[in-house]
Design a protein around this ligand. Structure first.
Ligand code: SAM
Ligand code: SF4
Length: 324
C-alpha cells in the first residue's frame, strides 16, 4: 500500500491494551491511564478481522504493543490467529518483560517471530525510580528465558533519560555478552516524554567508543524500521539507535498504528487517521474497511514536526495509549 508520498506501508503496530504493570515516568502517570471498559477495546476477533483487511492491502509485519501487551489475557492466542492470516509474514512483540518468562513457551508455540524487550537500566534502584515498580528481577528473568529461544530474535530497547544513575553504557554490555542487539531510543516529546530532554546519539556513541573502541558501520537490515546500527569489535550483537528527532526518518516511514480502541493512526505525532472500530461495529464489510484504511493511509502526514512550535494539531495521547 502506497501513501501519496510514495512510501510503501507494510508494517503495523497494534496496541492490545492501554494498561500496564509498570509506570515508566516518561510514558505513564503514577495513577495509570483512565480505565476503559472491556467493550471499548477491540476483541481478538476484531483485531484479526482488521488484520485480514491490512494484509489484503499489503501489510506484512505486525508488532503487538500496548500498554503492556502481556497483561492482556491469552496474548499467545492472538499471536497464533494473526500468524494464520494469509499475507502476514511476521508477528512480533514489544514488552517490558515482567510477564515474559511465564509467557515465552506459549509465545514460541504460537509462532512469535521476534521480541523487543524494553529495559532502560540494569540498576535495581534506577529501575524502580524509572518504572515506579521494583520489578527488575522479573524483567531479567524474562530476558534470561527469552535468551533460551535462540531462534527467536531478541532486541533490547533502552530510552536514555540523561540521569546519572542510569547505567547507560552497561546496557551495551548486554550486546557484548549475548546475541542481542541493544538499541538506544531517543526520547520523543509525546505525552510525559515532553518533560525530558533527549540524549543525543553522537554523545552516546562517543562514550561507547571511548569504552569499546571505534564503531564500525553495519549495513545489514536488522528489523522493521528506523534503527541504524553499529558494530563493535568483540560484541555478539549490534548497537542501534532510533533517533526520531536528531536523525529524522519520516521519508522512509513504513508504518501505521492501531490503538487498543481501534483507531488507525497514520503518524505518531498527529491525530490523523480513522476510527475502524466504529466501522467494524456498524457492520462494515471488508471492502468498506479497506477503502477507509486506504483513504487514511493516503492522507498520512509527510513527517512529524517535533521540535517545532505547537501547531495545535498534535497528538494529546500518552505513549502507552499509542503503543510506541
Ligand atoms: N510496554 C511495552 C514496552 O515497554 O515495551 C510496550 C509499549 S511501550 C509504549 C513501547 C516502547 O515505547 C518502549 O520501548 C518505551 O520505552 C517507548 N517509549 C515510551 N515513551 C516514549 C517516549 N516518549 N519517547 C521514546 N520512546 C518511548
Ligand atoms: Fe508500560 Fe511500556 Fe509505558 Fe513503561 S514504556 S509504562 S512498560 S507501556
Amino acid at each position: 500500500m502506497l501513501d501519496r508520498y510514495g512510501r510503501e506501508i507494510d508494517y503495523i503496530r497494534i496496541s492490545v491494551t492501554d494498561r500496564c504493570n509498570l509506570r515508566c515516568i516518561y510514558c505513564m502517570p503514577e495513577e495509570g491511564v483512565p480505565m476503559v471498559s472491556h467493550e471499548e477495546i477491540l476483541s481478538y476477533d476484531e483485531i484479526t478481522e482488521l488484520a485480514r483487511v491490512f494484509a489484503d492491502l499489503g501489510i506484512r509485519k505486525i508488532k503487538l504493543t500496548g500498554g503492556e501487551p502481556l497483561v492482556r489475557r491469552d496474548l499467545p492466542c492472538l499471536v497464533k490467529e494473526l500468524k494464520a492470516v494469509p499475507g502476514i509474514e511476521k508477528v512480533t512483540l514489544t514488552t517490558n518483560g515482567v510477564l515474559l518468562a511465564e509467557a515465552m513457551e506459549d509465545l514460541k508455540e504460537a509462532g512469535i517471530d521476534g521480541i523487543n524487550l524494553s529495559l532502560d537500566t540494569l540498576d535495581p534502584e534506577a529501575f524502580a525510580r524509572i518504572t515506579r515498580r521494583r520489578a527488575l528481577e522479573k524483567t531479567l528473568a524474562g530476558f534470561r528465558e527469552a535468551l533460551k529461544y535462540s531462534e527467536i530474535p531478541l532486541k533490547i530497547n533502552c530510552v536514555p533519560l540523561g540521569h546519572r544513575d542510569q547505567d547507560i553504557l552497561e546496557m551495551a554490555e548486554l550486546a557484548r555478552q549475548y546475541p542481542v542487539h541493544v538499541r538506544y531510543i531517543e526520547m520523543m516529546p509525546i505525552g510525559l516524554g515532553r518533560e525530558f530532554l533527549p540524549v543525543r546519539e553522537e554523545e552516546l556513541l562517543k562514550k561507547l567508543e571511548a569504552r569499546y573502541g571505534k564503531a564500525g558501520p553495519c549495513l545489514e537490515e536488522l528489523g522493521n524500521g528506523p534503527a541504524h546500527y553499529y558494530s563493535f569489535s568483540g560484541f555478539s550483537g549490534k548497537i542501534g539507535f532510533i533517533s526520531a528527532l536528531s536523525h529524522k526518518f519520516c521519508g522512509g516511514c513504513n508504518r501505521v498504528r492501531l490503538t487498543a480502541q481501534g483507531f488507525l493512526k497514520t503518524c505518531l505525532q498527529y491525530e490523523s487517521g480513522t476510527d475502524l472500530r466504529k466501522l467494524l461495529r456498524e457492520g462494515a464489510d471488508r471492502e468498506t474497511l479497506k477503502k477507509a484504511v486506504e483513504q487514511a493511509v493516503r492522507e498520512k502526514p509527510r513527517s512529524h514536526r517535533f521540535g517545532e512550535k505547537d501547531t495545535g494539531e498534535e497528538e494529546r495521547h500518552m505513549m502507552s495509549q499509542i503503543g510506541g
